[in-house]
Write a protein that binds this ligand. Structure first.
Ligand SMILES: NC(=O)c1ccc[n+]([C@@H]2O[C@H](COP(=O)([O-])OP(=O)(O)OC[C@H]3O[C@@H](n4cnc5c(N)ncnc54)[C@H](OP(=O)(O)O)[C@@H]3O)[C@@H](O)[C@H]2O)c1
Length: 374
Protein backbone atom coordinates (compact mmCIF):
# COMPACT_ATOMS: atom_id res chain seq x y z
CA UNK A 1 0.00 0.00 0.00
CA UNK A 2 1.15 3.55 -0.82
CA UNK A 3 2.47 5.39 2.24
CA UNK A 4 3.02 8.96 3.40
CA UNK A 5 4.78 10.56 6.34
CA UNK A 6 3.70 13.69 8.18
CA UNK A 7 5.88 15.79 10.48
CA UNK A 8 4.28 17.08 13.68
CA UNK A 9 5.45 18.90 16.80
CA UNK A 10 4.00 20.08 20.12
CA UNK A 11 2.21 23.43 19.86
CA UNK A 12 2.40 24.30 23.58
CA UNK A 13 3.81 23.08 26.91
CA UNK A 14 0.50 21.29 27.58
CA UNK A 15 0.83 19.58 24.22
CA UNK A 16 4.31 18.25 25.09
CA UNK A 17 2.71 15.62 27.34
CA UNK A 18 1.11 13.95 24.32
CA UNK A 19 4.61 13.45 22.94
CA UNK A 20 6.52 12.77 26.13
CA UNK A 21 4.30 11.77 29.10
CA UNK A 22 7.44 11.66 31.29
CA UNK A 23 7.58 15.45 31.00
CA UNK A 24 4.65 15.70 33.45
CA UNK A 25 5.60 17.75 36.50
CA UNK A 26 8.85 18.99 35.02
CA UNK A 27 9.50 22.73 34.84
CA UNK A 28 9.36 24.60 31.56
CA UNK A 29 13.15 25.22 31.30
CA UNK A 30 13.80 21.48 31.66
CA UNK A 31 11.11 20.61 29.10
CA UNK A 32 12.71 23.03 26.66
CA UNK A 33 16.14 21.43 27.21
CA UNK A 34 14.75 17.91 26.76
CA UNK A 35 13.12 18.94 23.48
CA UNK A 36 16.32 20.58 22.29
CA UNK A 37 18.10 17.25 22.68
CA UNK A 38 15.37 14.96 21.38
CA UNK A 39 15.98 13.73 17.84
CA UNK A 40 13.17 13.27 15.33
CA UNK A 41 11.32 9.96 15.78
CA UNK A 42 8.39 7.92 14.49
CA UNK A 43 5.33 8.62 16.66
CA UNK A 44 2.62 6.36 15.26
CA UNK A 45 1.13 4.54 12.29
CA UNK A 46 -1.91 5.98 10.54
CA UNK A 47 -4.23 3.28 9.22
CA UNK A 48 -7.71 2.90 7.73
CA UNK A 49 -7.81 5.78 5.21
CA UNK A 50 -10.26 4.73 2.50
CA UNK A 51 -11.26 7.13 -0.25
CA UNK A 52 -14.80 7.39 -1.67
CA UNK A 53 -13.20 5.89 -4.81
CA UNK A 54 -12.13 2.80 -2.83
CA UNK A 55 -8.41 3.73 -2.91
CA UNK A 56 -6.52 3.24 0.35
CA UNK A 57 -3.32 4.52 1.90
CA UNK A 58 -1.40 4.44 5.17
CA UNK A 59 1.08 6.71 6.83
CA UNK A 60 3.17 7.69 9.83
CA UNK A 61 3.33 10.63 12.16
CA UNK A 62 6.95 11.62 12.72
CA UNK A 63 7.83 14.14 15.41
CA UNK A 64 10.31 16.97 15.00
CA UNK A 65 9.80 17.70 18.69
CA UNK A 66 10.35 21.41 19.22
CA UNK A 67 7.98 24.11 20.49
CA UNK A 68 6.89 26.86 18.04
CA UNK A 69 9.19 29.51 19.55
CA UNK A 70 12.11 27.05 19.53
CA UNK A 71 11.66 26.62 15.77
CA UNK A 72 12.09 30.39 15.45
CA UNK A 73 14.81 30.96 18.06
CA UNK A 74 17.23 28.01 17.93
CA UNK A 75 20.07 28.12 15.37
CA UNK A 76 18.59 27.62 11.91
CA UNK A 77 20.98 24.73 11.04
CA UNK A 78 19.96 22.81 14.15
CA UNK A 79 16.25 23.25 13.40
CA UNK A 80 16.58 22.36 9.71
CA UNK A 81 18.64 19.27 10.58
CA UNK A 82 15.82 18.09 12.84
CA UNK A 83 13.19 18.59 10.10
CA UNK A 84 15.33 16.98 7.39
CA UNK A 85 16.01 13.98 9.63
CA UNK A 86 12.24 13.63 10.17
CA UNK A 87 11.63 13.67 6.41
CA UNK A 88 14.33 11.03 5.91
CA UNK A 89 12.75 8.81 8.57
CA UNK A 90 9.61 8.91 6.40
CA UNK A 91 11.68 7.80 3.40
CA UNK A 92 13.28 4.97 5.42
CA UNK A 93 9.78 3.80 6.41
CA UNK A 94 8.89 3.39 2.72
CA UNK A 95 6.85 6.59 2.34
CA UNK A 96 6.78 8.27 -1.06
CA UNK A 97 5.78 11.72 0.16
CA UNK A 98 6.17 13.65 3.41
CA UNK A 99 4.00 16.55 4.63
CA UNK A 100 5.37 19.34 6.82
CA UNK A 101 3.04 20.22 9.71
CA UNK A 102 2.77 23.65 11.40
CA UNK A 103 6.20 25.24 12.10
CA UNK A 104 8.14 22.55 10.21
CA UNK A 105 6.97 24.40 7.09
CA UNK A 106 7.01 27.92 8.57
CA UNK A 107 10.76 27.98 9.28
CA UNK A 108 13.19 28.35 6.42
CA UNK A 109 11.99 28.36 2.84
CA UNK A 110 8.67 26.53 3.00
CA UNK A 111 10.10 23.05 2.46
CA UNK A 112 12.49 23.75 -0.44
CA UNK A 113 15.63 22.86 1.55
CA UNK A 114 13.92 19.79 3.01
CA UNK A 115 13.01 18.61 -0.51
CA UNK A 116 16.64 19.10 -1.63
CA UNK A 117 17.86 16.92 1.24
CA UNK A 118 15.39 14.05 1.15
CA UNK A 119 14.77 11.42 -1.54
CA UNK A 120 10.96 11.59 -1.51
CA UNK A 121 8.38 14.23 -2.46
CA UNK A 122 7.63 17.02 0.03
CA UNK A 123 4.53 19.18 0.54
CA UNK A 124 3.71 21.81 3.13
CA UNK A 125 0.00 21.02 2.82
CA UNK A 126 -0.63 24.74 2.44
CA UNK A 127 -2.81 24.48 -0.71
CA UNK A 128 -5.53 22.50 1.03
CA UNK A 129 -5.08 24.49 4.24
CA UNK A 130 -5.97 27.60 2.22
CA UNK A 131 -9.02 25.95 0.62
CA UNK A 132 -10.29 24.59 3.95
CA UNK A 133 -9.60 27.87 5.77
CA UNK A 134 -11.66 29.84 3.24
CA UNK A 135 -14.44 27.23 3.38
CA UNK A 136 -14.49 27.48 7.20
CA UNK A 137 -14.68 31.28 7.13
CA UNK A 138 -17.52 31.22 4.57
CA UNK A 139 -19.41 28.63 6.63
CA UNK A 140 -19.03 30.86 9.69
CA UNK A 141 -20.28 33.90 7.75
CA UNK A 142 -23.30 31.93 6.55
CA UNK A 143 -24.08 30.74 10.09
CA UNK A 144 -23.91 34.32 11.36
CA UNK A 145 -26.05 35.75 8.56
CA UNK A 146 -23.21 37.85 7.09
CA UNK A 147 -23.61 38.64 3.38
CA UNK A 148 -20.12 38.04 1.92
CA UNK A 149 -20.67 40.42 -0.97
CA UNK A 150 -21.26 43.29 1.48
CA UNK A 151 -18.67 42.26 4.09
CA UNK A 152 -15.36 43.83 5.08
CA UNK A 153 -12.69 41.19 5.75
CA UNK A 154 -9.18 41.25 7.15
CA UNK A 155 -6.43 38.66 6.80
CA UNK A 156 -3.86 38.73 9.62
CA UNK A 157 -0.54 37.37 8.41
CA UNK A 158 -1.60 38.41 4.89
CA UNK A 159 1.98 38.47 3.57
CA UNK A 160 2.62 34.84 4.52
CA UNK A 161 2.39 31.79 2.32
CA UNK A 162 -1.14 30.92 3.45
CA UNK A 163 -2.28 34.49 4.13
CA UNK A 164 -1.40 35.85 0.65
CA UNK A 165 -3.35 33.12 -1.14
CA UNK A 166 -6.28 33.48 1.27
CA UNK A 167 -6.27 37.23 0.59
CA UNK A 168 -6.36 36.58 -3.15
CA UNK A 169 -9.30 34.17 -2.95
CA UNK A 170 -11.23 36.16 -0.34
CA UNK A 171 -10.59 39.34 -2.31
CA UNK A 172 -12.91 38.04 -5.02
CA UNK A 173 -15.71 37.23 -2.59
CA UNK A 174 -16.03 40.20 -0.23
CA UNK A 175 -16.68 43.91 -0.72
CA UNK A 176 -13.48 45.17 0.86
CA UNK A 177 -10.34 43.68 2.32
CA UNK A 178 -7.61 44.86 4.70
CA UNK A 179 -4.25 43.11 4.65
CA UNK A 180 -2.39 43.15 7.95
CA UNK A 181 0.82 41.81 9.54
CA UNK A 182 3.85 43.56 11.11
CA UNK A 183 6.03 44.49 8.12
CA UNK A 184 4.58 47.55 6.36
CA UNK A 185 6.72 47.34 3.21
CA UNK A 186 5.68 43.78 2.48
CA UNK A 187 2.02 44.67 3.09
CA UNK A 188 2.18 47.65 0.75
CA UNK A 189 3.83 45.58 -2.01
CA UNK A 190 1.30 42.78 -1.63
CA UNK A 191 -1.62 45.19 -1.70
CA UNK A 192 -0.39 46.72 -4.98
CA UNK A 193 0.28 43.31 -6.50
CA UNK A 194 -3.12 41.93 -5.46
CA UNK A 195 -5.47 44.81 -6.32
CA UNK A 196 -5.58 44.19 -10.11
CA UNK A 197 -6.55 40.56 -9.51
CA UNK A 198 -9.38 41.02 -7.01
CA UNK A 199 -12.78 42.68 -7.10
CA UNK A 200 -12.72 43.92 -3.47
CA UNK A 201 -11.24 47.28 -2.59
CA UNK A 202 -7.93 46.37 -0.93
CA UNK A 203 -6.04 48.37 1.70
CA UNK A 204 -3.36 47.48 4.24
CA UNK A 205 -2.16 48.42 7.71
CA UNK A 206 0.54 47.25 10.09
CA UNK A 207 -1.82 48.23 12.93
CA UNK A 208 -3.40 44.82 13.47
CA UNK A 209 -5.85 46.03 16.12
CA UNK A 210 -7.17 48.70 13.78
CA UNK A 211 -7.67 46.11 11.03
CA UNK A 212 -9.60 43.84 13.41
CA UNK A 213 -11.79 46.71 14.64
CA UNK A 214 -13.03 47.35 11.08
CA UNK A 215 -13.67 43.73 10.04
CA UNK A 216 -16.86 41.66 9.83
CA UNK A 217 -14.71 38.66 8.90
CA UNK A 218 -11.23 37.92 10.26
CA UNK A 219 -8.93 35.16 9.00
CA UNK A 220 -5.74 34.56 11.01
CA UNK A 221 -2.74 32.97 9.28
CA UNK A 222 0.20 34.25 11.31
CA UNK A 223 3.31 32.55 12.64
CA UNK A 224 2.89 34.50 15.89
CA UNK A 225 3.74 32.65 19.10
CA UNK A 226 1.54 34.83 21.29
CA UNK A 227 -2.05 36.10 21.09
CA UNK A 228 -2.88 38.59 18.38
CA UNK A 229 -6.68 39.05 18.47
CA UNK A 230 -8.16 40.52 21.65
CA UNK A 231 -11.87 40.70 22.61
CA UNK A 232 -11.91 44.51 22.89
CA UNK A 233 -11.14 44.89 19.20
CA UNK A 234 -13.71 42.62 17.59
CA UNK A 235 -16.78 44.11 15.90
CA UNK A 236 -20.22 43.07 17.19
CA UNK A 237 -21.17 39.75 15.57
CA UNK A 238 -17.80 39.25 13.84
CA UNK A 239 -16.61 35.87 12.55
CA UNK A 240 -13.01 34.83 13.18
CA UNK A 241 -11.47 31.86 11.38
CA UNK A 242 -8.21 30.67 12.94
CA UNK A 243 -5.88 28.99 10.50
CA UNK A 244 -2.78 29.78 12.58
CA UNK A 245 -1.26 26.98 14.63
CA UNK A 246 -0.81 27.61 17.47
CA UNK A 247 -4.03 29.63 17.52
CA UNK A 248 -3.65 33.33 18.11
CA UNK A 249 -7.10 34.46 19.23
CA UNK A 250 -7.08 35.32 22.94
CA UNK A 251 -8.99 32.82 25.09
CA UNK A 252 -10.63 35.86 26.70
CA UNK A 253 -12.74 36.11 23.53
CA UNK A 254 -14.56 32.90 24.56
CA UNK A 255 -15.54 34.50 27.85
CA UNK A 256 -16.01 38.14 26.98
CA UNK A 257 -17.44 38.08 23.44
CA UNK A 258 -20.30 35.57 23.18
CA UNK A 259 -21.61 37.55 20.18
CA UNK A 260 -18.51 36.61 18.13
CA UNK A 261 -18.16 33.30 16.30
CA UNK A 262 -14.62 31.92 16.46
CA UNK A 263 -13.94 28.81 14.41
CA UNK A 264 -10.81 26.77 13.77
CA UNK A 265 -10.05 26.73 10.05
CA UNK A 266 -8.77 23.62 8.39
CA UNK A 267 -10.18 20.71 10.38
CA UNK A 268 -11.16 17.98 7.94
CA UNK A 269 -13.06 14.69 8.26
CA UNK A 270 -11.01 11.88 6.72
CA UNK A 271 -12.88 9.20 4.71
CA UNK A 272 -12.78 5.55 5.82
CA UNK A 273 -12.01 4.31 9.30
CA UNK A 274 -8.84 6.25 9.98
CA UNK A 275 -6.94 5.62 13.20
CA UNK A 276 -4.01 7.93 13.93
CA UNK A 277 -2.88 5.91 16.98
CA UNK A 278 -1.95 9.27 18.47
CA UNK A 279 -4.08 11.96 20.10
CA UNK A 280 -3.09 15.29 18.59
CA UNK A 281 -6.10 17.09 20.01
CA UNK A 282 -8.78 16.70 17.33
CA UNK A 283 -11.81 14.38 17.49
CA UNK A 284 -11.53 10.86 16.01
CA UNK A 285 -11.33 10.64 12.22
CA UNK A 286 -10.46 14.33 11.97
CA UNK A 287 -7.20 15.68 10.56
CA UNK A 288 -5.74 19.08 9.82
CA UNK A 289 -6.04 20.20 6.23
CA UNK A 290 -2.26 20.03 5.72
CA UNK A 291 -2.29 16.36 6.83
CA UNK A 292 -5.25 15.77 4.52
CA UNK A 293 -3.38 17.22 1.54
CA UNK A 294 -0.58 14.69 2.08
CA UNK A 295 -3.16 11.85 2.26
CA UNK A 296 -4.99 13.06 -0.88
CA UNK A 297 -1.75 13.21 -2.90
CA UNK A 298 -0.91 9.68 -1.75
CA UNK A 299 -4.39 8.40 -2.76
CA UNK A 300 -3.83 10.07 -6.14
CA UNK A 301 -0.32 8.57 -6.53
CA UNK A 302 0.87 12.16 -6.99
CA UNK A 303 4.31 11.89 -5.44
CA UNK A 304 5.49 15.39 -6.32
CA UNK A 305 6.59 18.51 -4.45
CA UNK A 306 3.05 19.89 -4.50
CA UNK A 307 2.91 22.91 -2.16
CA UNK A 308 6.48 24.07 -1.80
CA UNK A 309 8.15 27.41 -1.16
CA UNK A 310 6.50 30.64 -0.06
CA UNK A 311 4.34 31.37 -3.11
CA UNK A 312 1.18 29.29 -3.49
CA UNK A 313 -0.37 28.62 -6.89
CA UNK A 314 -4.11 29.37 -6.72
CA UNK A 315 -4.77 26.71 -9.39
CA UNK A 316 -3.33 24.10 -7.03
CA UNK A 317 -5.65 25.31 -4.27
CA UNK A 318 -8.63 24.73 -6.58
CA UNK A 319 -7.23 21.40 -7.80
CA UNK A 320 -6.63 19.97 -4.33
CA UNK A 321 -10.09 21.17 -3.24
CA UNK A 322 -11.63 19.21 -6.14
CA UNK A 323 -9.48 16.13 -5.36
CA UNK A 324 -10.54 16.34 -1.70
CA UNK A 325 -14.21 16.26 -2.73
CA UNK A 326 -13.52 13.33 -5.10
CA UNK A 327 -11.97 11.27 -2.28
CA UNK A 328 -14.57 12.21 0.35
CA UNK A 329 -12.56 14.65 2.52
CA UNK A 330 -14.91 17.30 3.91
CA UNK A 331 -14.92 20.08 6.51
CA UNK A 332 -15.30 18.68 10.03
CA UNK A 333 -17.80 20.13 12.51
CA UNK A 334 -17.02 23.59 13.87
CA UNK A 335 -14.63 23.94 16.79
CA UNK A 336 -13.20 26.81 18.79
CA UNK A 337 -10.72 26.95 21.65
CA UNK A 338 -10.13 23.19 21.27
CA UNK A 339 -13.78 22.25 21.79
CA UNK A 340 -16.72 21.40 19.49
CA UNK A 341 -19.36 24.07 18.85
CA UNK A 342 -22.94 22.77 18.93
CA UNK A 343 -25.77 24.02 16.71
CA UNK A 344 -27.42 25.48 19.82
CA UNK A 345 -24.29 27.47 20.64
CA UNK A 346 -24.14 28.82 17.10
CA UNK A 347 -27.83 29.82 17.28
CA UNK A 348 -27.20 31.56 20.61
CA UNK A 349 -24.15 33.39 19.24
CA UNK A 350 -26.21 34.47 16.22
CA UNK A 351 -28.96 35.89 18.47
CA UNK A 352 -26.46 37.81 20.56
CA UNK A 353 -24.76 39.07 17.40
CA UNK A 354 -28.01 40.48 16.04
CA UNK A 355 -28.60 42.31 19.31
CA UNK A 356 -24.98 43.47 19.58
CA UNK A 357 -24.96 44.81 16.00
CA UNK A 358 -28.16 46.70 16.77
CA UNK A 359 -26.53 47.98 19.94
CA UNK A 360 -29.51 46.86 22.05
CA UNK A 361 -28.00 44.21 24.32
CA UNK A 362 -25.26 44.31 26.88
CA UNK A 363 -22.77 41.43 26.67
CA UNK A 364 -24.62 38.30 27.80
CA UNK A 365 -22.82 36.93 30.86
CA UNK A 366 -24.89 33.72 30.87
CA UNK A 367 -23.93 32.99 27.29
CA UNK A 368 -20.38 33.98 28.11
CA UNK A 369 -20.25 31.47 30.92
CA UNK A 370 -21.59 28.79 28.58
CA UNK A 371 -18.94 29.64 25.98
CA UNK A 372 -16.23 29.64 28.61
CA UNK A 373 -17.18 26.04 29.50
CA UNK A 374 -16.82 24.96 25.87
N1 LIG B 1 -4.58 24.63 10.11
C1 LIG B 1 -3.71 23.98 9.33
O1 LIG B 1 -3.99 22.89 8.80
C2 LIG B 1 -2.37 24.60 9.08
C3 LIG B 1 -1.52 24.02 8.13
C4 LIG B 1 -0.30 24.62 7.86
C5 LIG B 1 0.09 25.77 8.56
N2 LIG B 1 -0.75 26.29 9.49
C6 LIG B 1 -0.38 27.50 10.23
O2 LIG B 1 -0.63 28.65 9.42
C7 LIG B 1 0.18 29.74 9.88
C8 LIG B 1 0.82 30.48 8.73
O3 LIG B 1 1.71 29.61 8.04
P1 LIG B 1 2.55 30.16 6.77
O4 LIG B 1 3.30 29.01 6.21
O5 LIG B 1 1.67 30.96 5.88
O6 LIG B 1 3.58 31.15 7.53
P2 LIG B 1 4.50 32.32 6.91
O7 LIG B 1 4.60 32.19 5.44
O8 LIG B 1 5.73 32.34 7.73
O9 LIG B 1 3.66 33.67 7.21
C9 LIG B 1 3.46 34.15 8.49
C10 LIG B 1 2.71 35.49 8.42
O10 LIG B 1 2.44 35.92 9.76
C11 LIG B 1 2.94 37.24 9.95
N3 LIG B 1 3.32 37.35 11.35
C12 LIG B 1 4.34 36.74 11.99
N4 LIG B 1 4.34 37.07 13.30
C13 LIG B 1 3.29 37.91 13.48
C14 LIG B 1 2.76 38.59 14.61
N5 LIG B 1 3.33 38.48 15.82
N6 LIG B 1 1.66 39.34 14.45
C15 LIG B 1 1.07 39.45 13.24
N7 LIG B 1 1.52 38.84 12.13
C16 LIG B 1 2.63 38.08 12.24
C17 LIG B 1 4.09 37.38 8.95
O11 LIG B 1 4.34 38.73 8.56
P3 LIG B 1 5.25 39.73 9.47
O12 LIG B 1 6.49 38.98 9.79
O13 LIG B 1 5.43 40.93 8.60
O14 LIG B 1 4.42 40.06 10.68
C18 LIG B 1 3.49 36.62 7.76
O15 LIG B 1 2.58 37.46 7.08
C19 LIG B 1 1.17 29.12 10.89
O16 LIG B 1 0.68 29.36 12.19
C20 LIG B 1 1.09 27.62 10.57
O17 LIG B 1 1.41 26.83 11.70
C21 LIG B 1 -1.97 25.75 9.74
Amino acid sequence: MRKFGFLIHPLSYEDVLRYEPKAAGKGRPLIRKILEWMPAYKVSEITGIRSATGAQCEGYFIAAPLLPDQFLELPRDQVMARIIRGANIAAELGCEIVGLGAFTSVVGDGGVTVAENCPIAVTTGNSFTIAAGIQSLIRGAREMGIDLAQAHATVIGATGSIGAACSHILGNQVKSLTLTARNATRLKNLSHALQPHISAHCDWTADIRDAVRRADLVLTATSAVSEVVEPEDLRPGAVVCEVSLPHDVSRRVAVERPDVLVTEGGNVRVPGDVDFHFDFGLPPKTALACMSETMILTLENRFENYSLGRGINIHKVLEIEALAAKHGFELAGMRAFDKAITDEQVAHTRELAVAARAGVAPVDRVGAAAQAKR
